[in-house]
Design a protein around this ligand. Structure first.
Ligand code: SAM
Length: 481
């Protein structure tokens, strides 16, 4: 077997410390690699593609955006795209270590950005000692081939070889030294680690650890079409091991592409984390009610509400492209909603009647925009892209949205605030301040969910907890007095 060919990755996919600057992002793009010198099914090709994606994230692009650009440019077959994605995600989860190692292994910061990205990817693969995805010497050989193939970085192929070989020779000592630094030990920006420790003095280490693990694939079983029992049987008949971890939540033992999930196209199940599946039941929408899902795209919670109750639902999002994804989900599940492009901040009486019709809602779901700090295991690039100041800015935006939505709720109606953040400014502090501003009645809700991982218990089937870190607060509007 040709050892330089890509092997199917064993682990599900995973960013480097970002220093966004428009000028350097342009530099990363201008230094785009010339894939044409490499076989498109080689590990060298995948390393070059992943290195380019990592360079783009380091300069401020989200990983999905960066990968889309690399795929468009590289024209690689599906298995190679899979390998590029896998290596880039792994590198996001190990970038703190790779960056720290590079300060020891390279005499100066590797330039251009593509070279830096390539080295980070190779170091992350080489640092995996338990169940590594690729043979170490193949990684070194293919990283050197990747460097040699591209005019922008060919000058550094000797350096790539020397850095990676030294890492292999001295791996244990180099890693032991690097992880004395929090950035390398935890693989998060230092401000993130400090803030998490301050907010969760007892749980911060678990929270950070779970955020570095590959996420599970959890499904929501559509109770309009089947039952959990029937669906588990269908999975089992297809040789797919899974377990129930919530009322209609089923976690697959091994993640699968959606096109391999039985009944997915027929709407029997949808992909949704167990924590996100708590929203629709909490909203307590009853048949015949008018419901607003105010930040709705891509529609995971919209569809769940409609699977539970026969309601007149308005799904609002300010992003028309993301709204299209709601349309796709509604079609697949054969559900109906009134879709509106609009801004949830715009006040009653300021033109917003165009999308809400001027008639108050019985239930409002406010799944407000946030830092997404509670779902970093699914989006490992987020930690490198966020700035500490983002939290307060997003909390201010969400407060404006909440204040506006409150006016659209009938007296006696309920508003459910959801965030996928662990930062208190966006979650509990936001909820408390909101309740005080409006004399809203606070009803029972889970509050801040901490991330939980049931992965280690897959064989025992006794740990049902496996969820992202969402925040829930439920409010009732006092009846008009
Ligand atoms: C956390 S996501 C919602 C996820 C969705 N509820 C689900 O379960 O699939 C937040 C959404 O809010 C939208 N958004 C952000 N600011 C908005 C605004 N001012 N008005 C309306 N939608 C907004 C974003 O486009 C994004 O789709």
């Amino acid at each position: 077997m040709d050892k330089t060919k890509i092997r199917v990755a064993k682990k599900a996919p995973t960013s480097p410390p970002a220093k966004p600057a428009q000028a350097s992002r342009q530099a990363a793009v201008q230094n785009k690699p010339r894939f044409s010198n490499l076989k498109n099914d080689s590990l060298a090709f995948a390393l070059l593609g992943a290195g380019q994606a990592v360079a783009m994230v380091r300069d401020g692009a989200s990983l999905p955006q960066a990968l889309a650009q690399v795929f468009a440019q590289a024209g690689a077959p599906a298995p190679t795209r899979g390998a590029i994605q896998d290596i880039a995600y792994r590198t996001m989860r190990g970038a703190g270590l790779a960056e720290t190692l590079l300060t020891t292994l390279a005499s100066k910061a590797p330039e251009p950005p593509l070279l830096h990205g390539l080295l980070c990817c190779a170091l992350c693969l080489l640092a995996e000692v338990d169940d590594p995805a690729y043979d170490s010497f193949t990684v070194v050989d293919q990283a050197v081939t990747a460097a040699a193939s591209d005019l922008n970085i060919a000058h550094a192929k000797g350096m790539v070889n020397a850095v990676l070989r030294r890492f292999l020779r001295e791996r244990e000592a180099l890693v032991a030294d690097a992880i004395k630094q929090p950035l390398a030990l935890w693989n998060y920006p230092v401000w993130w680690i400090d803030d998490m420790r301050a907010a969760y003095p007892e749980h911060w280490q678990t929270i950070l650890t779970i955020g570095n693990q590959p996420p599970p694939l959890t499904l929501r079983v559509n109770q309009r079409k089947t039952s959990v029992e029937q669906y588990l049987r269908l999975l089992s008949e297809n040789g797919i091991a899974a377990q129930q971890i919530g009322t209609v939540a089923v976690r697959l033992d091994k993640p699968l592409p959606v096109n391999q999930i039985p009944g997915f196209e027929d709407g029997l199940a949808s992909v949704q984390d167990a924590a996100a599946q708590l929203a629709a039941p909490l909203l307590d929408a009853q048949d015949g009610m008018r419901v607003l899902d105010a930040c709705a795209a891509p529609g995971g919670k919209t569809c769940h509400i409609l699977e539970i109750a026969d309601v007149a639902l308005t799904a609002l999002d300010h992003d028309p492209k993301r709204l299209q994804r709601i349309t796709q989900n509604l079609q697949r599940l054969q559900l109906q909603a009134n879709l509106q492009v609009g801004d949830a901040r715009i006040g009653v009486g300021a033109g917003s009647e165009s999308w809400w019709g001027g008639k108050q809602f019985d239930r409002i779901l406010a799944d407000v925009p946030c830092t997404a700090s509670g779902i970093v295991r699914r989006h490992p690039d987020i930690r490198w892209l966020r700035r500490k100041t983002d939290t307060d800015q997003l909390a201010t935006l969400s407060a404006t949205i909440l204040d506006n939505l409150w006016q659209m709720l009938v007296p006696g109606g309920k508003l459910l605030l959801v965030t996928c953040s662990l930062w208190p400014q966006e979650s509990e502090a936001q909820a408390a301040a909101f309740a005080e501003r409006h004399q809203a009645i606070r009803l029972a809700a889970p509050g801040q969910l901490l991330p939980a991982s049931g992965a280690e218990d897959d064989n025992k089937n006794d740990n049902k907890n496996d969820n992202d870190a969402l925040f829930y607060a439920l409010f009732e509007k006092p009846a008009a007095g």
